[in-house]
Ligand binder design. Sequence first.
Ligand code: HMG
Ligand code: MG
Length: 296
Amino acid sequence: MTSDFVRIVEVGPRDGLQNEKTIVAAADKIALIDRLSDCGLKSVEATSFVSPKWVPQLADAAEVYAGIHKRDGVSYPVLVPNEKGYERAREVGVTEIAVFTAASEAFNQKNINARIDESLKRFEPVIAKAREDGVAVRGYVSTVLGCPYQGDVPLVDVVRVSKALHDMGCYEVSLGDTIGIGTPAKARTMLEAVASDVPMRALAVHFHDTRGQALANILACLEAGVRVVDSAVSGTGGCPYAKGASGNVASEDVVYMLHGMGMHTGIDLDALIATGNWLSGLLGHDTASKVARAAG
Ligand code: HMG
Ligand code: MG
C-alpha cells in the first residue's frame, strides 16, 4: 500500500530568496528558517554555497547556516555547486548538501557554466568527500519538462541524468520543472519514465508555478506514487538563470491540498500561513499563496 505521508521539502529560504530583488538580512533569513521548522517541516533547504558573484542574495550563506536553531529530526540541506562550495559548507558544520545539474545543456551552461557531463564529473569529488564525512547528498535535475533556451527536453536525457545522480550516491533526486511549463499528463509520464530507472521512493518533484499548473502536476505525480514534494512558503522563488522562471508552488497550497485529500504532512497549516504572510510583508509584496489569501 502506498503511504499517505508526504514529506514536504521547504525550499523558500533558498529557491525563494535567491530570486528576490530585495536582499533579506541574515537575521531575517534565520528567523524564517526557525519559523519553518517550528511549523513541523522536516526538511528546510537553508541556503546555497554558490558563487556570491552569481547569486548575491545568498552571499551570507555561512552566517545564516551558523545562526539557525538546528532542531532534532530536521534536515537543513544547502546547495553546493563544486568543491569550493562544499568546503565553505563544511566549515559551518553542514550535514546535508544538494548538488544540481540539468537535463538540458543550454540551461546548465547558463546556470553553472558547465556541460551536463562536466557538472557530473565536478560532483564526483564532492560526493566522495560527503560520503567520507557522513554528509547526506540530495540531487536536482532542472528543466525536466522544458528548457527556456533549448525548448523541448527529451525524456531520455531526464532519465539519464537522474539515474547518474542516483548511481553516484544521491539518496534522493528532485525533478525540477524550472520554468513551470509542464502539464499533468506530461509530468506523470516524465516521473514514470524516471521511476523505471530510479526507485520512486528516491524521487521528489519540484514544480514552479509559472503557468498555474503546479498543483495539478503534483496531484498527477502523487497518483503515480511520488511522496516527496518541494515547495516554497508564500510561493516565492525562481532561478535567476532561467529566463521567465517564477515562483515555486506555495507550500501553504500544497499542504492544504494534501490535508484535504486525507494525507499527512506533520505540518501546522495555520502556522505556515502566518509564516508566509510574515515573509511576504518582509519582501514587500503580496503572497502568491491562494490559501493564505483566502485565510485573509
Ligand atoms: P564559474 O565562474 O565558472 O566558476 O562559476 P570558477 O570556478 O571559474 O570561479 C570563478 C570565481 O568564483 C572564483 O573567484 C572562485 O573562487 C569563485 P575569483 O577568483 O574570481 O575571485 N567561486 C566560488 N565562490 C564561492 N563559493 C563557491 C564558488 N565557486 C567558485 N562555491 C559556479 C561556476 C558553479 C561557481 C557558478 O556558476 C555558480 O555559482 N552558479 C550557481 C547558480 C545558481 O545558484 N543558480 C540557482 C540555483 S539552481 C536552481 O534554482 C534550480 C533548482 O531550484 C531546481 C529547479 O527549479 O529546476 C535547484
Ligand atoms: Mg527551483
